[in-house]
Design a binder for this molecule. Structure first.
Ligand code: PLP
Length: 413
């Protein structure tokens, strides 16, 4: 049998792989805030090996393969804690996505009408829709952290005033905005809230756009919860995410099911095992384990500095093009990886389509699942923003190609 026939026979796909590879080779990928792509080679290799050799149900059997699978989960928990200097200080709960992590946390907090929950205006719908769902059932209040609109940054002075006037019981803040790339002052907010509430406020950060990219020092700032998404700044695959659970984060299970332990009881186990029902994604665990090795090898600081350089270049190039509107945090120091913009004369989705079809540049357009921030950006006449988001795998030439394309389009508008 010829090798092409073999690969066709054994690799049934719903698309033409050769055509797709051609398209993929031409594409300048700048949608890394949606998911980082490509992944480090080790991620693909580790997933392939584990899929073939260790695709067993971890935590369900006592045979050797199942035990090696459990070992992999424990090693990944350790690696994730080491990445944030949180070894022995917190626990790691795995979930299939950051969204499910937030559903478990918000649903598990058992919020009631006495609670006052603060959010930043940059929150993603993983937080906002989940809070909205539970607010309708439980009646807690939601306050929005104040913005310095000129800087497009959180106003910390006003935040302190608000915290003293209306004491928070819970705070949800994203560390990096998935719309503007703004790095929020999460550590300052944590310490301010803890000081004002004498340690009572629970502070959860959304690390979907920051974990593995922005330095988190858990020893200095022991957040009550940090949600991570394996497939974004951690460079892992889809289907594996979770949260760091600090000691004060007391949550009830709000997902139930088999855990492979104490199976005769219909109550969920009380330990952390009770927060991880259902068969673990061992292939995803293997991919994320390899991704964290990649980050360790490069170092968080190197990846951060590299992305900072690309961010600076994006800001500089786009700023010089007449007709371009940029939605930037004032300080480059407070921005990483993501730049949102529009071009006068185009709707955001129209521009995205032209960039794809005529220039092979993949960007995201629209409102990016962040419902609050667009009131401050005033971008609704464009239907949201065009978002360019880079990763460690982008090059300066990618930004030059975007600059060239936008210059031509702005001129023709
Ligand atoms: N939080 C932020 C800041 C995000 O950007 C995203 C995804 O874009 C999420 C949460 C949700 O991640 P997922 O869709 O992987 O659950």
């Amino acid at each position: 049998m010829k090798s092409e026939e073999t690969s066709k026979e054994y690799c049934p796909l719903w698309f033409d792989i050769e055509k797709l590879k051609e398209n993929q080779k031409q594409t300048i990928y700048m949608d890394n805030a949606a998911t980082t792509y490509h992944k480090p080679k080790g991620v693909y290799d580790a997933m392939n090996e584990v899929n073939r050799c260790l695709s067993v149900n971890a935590g369900r059997g006592s045979y050797q393969l199942a035990q090696i699978a459990v070992e992999g989960m424990d090693k990944l928990r350790e690696e994730l804690l080491n990445l944030i200097n949180g070894h022995n200080r917190a626990e790691v709960v795995f979930t299939p996505s950051a969204t499910i992590a937030f559903n478990q946390i918000i649903g598990g907090l058992m919020l009631n009408s006495q609670n006052r929950v603060y959010v930043s205006p940059f929150e993603h719908n993983a937080v906002m829709r989940t809070l909205n769902l539970w607010q309708k059932r439980c009646g807690f209040s939601i306050e929005i952290l104040p913005m310095d609109v000129k800087k497009m940054e959180i106003d910390l002075e006003k935040t302190e005033y608000m915290f003293r006037e209306k004491t928070p019981t819970h705070i949800f803040v994203t560390q990096v905005s998935n719309v503007t790339g703004y790095i929020l002052p999460v550590s300052e907010i944590y310490h301010m809230a803890k000081e004002i509430t004498e340690g009572q406020a629970i502070v959860i950060i959304d690390g979907a756009q920051s974990f593995g990219l922005v330095n988190i020092d858990y020893q200095r700032t022991p957040y009550d919860g940090i949600v991570f998404a394996g497939h974004k700044t951690l460079y892992g695959p889809f289907g594996i995410a979770g949260f760091i659970k600090g000691k004060a984060l007391d949550i009830e299970p709000c997902l139930a099911g088999g855990t492979g332990s104490n199976s005769l009881a219909v109550d969920m186990p009380e330990s952390i095992v009770g927060l991880e029902p259902s068969s673990p994604n061992i292939v995803g665990i293997a991919g994320l384990y390899a991704a964290v090795q990649f980050i360790n090898e490069k170092t968080v600081d190197t990846i951060y500095q590299y992305e900072k350089k690309l961010t600076e270049e994006l800001r500089k190039c786009l700023k010089n093009i007449p007709g371009v509107i940029l939605y930037l945090p004032k300080d480059l120091e407070h921005q990483i990886g993501i730049v949102s913009f529009n071009v006068r004369g185009y709707r955001a989705d129209e521009l995205g389509m032209i960039l794809d079809e005529d220039y092979h540049i993949a960007v995201r357009t629209g409102y990016h699942c962040a419902p609050l921030v667009h009131d401050y950006l005033n971008d609704k006449e464009f239907g949201g923003t065009v978002r360019a988001a880079v990763s460690y795998f982008n090059k300066i030439e990618d930004i030059e190609a975007l600059e060239q394309a936008i210059s031509e389009l702005a001129e023709g508008a």
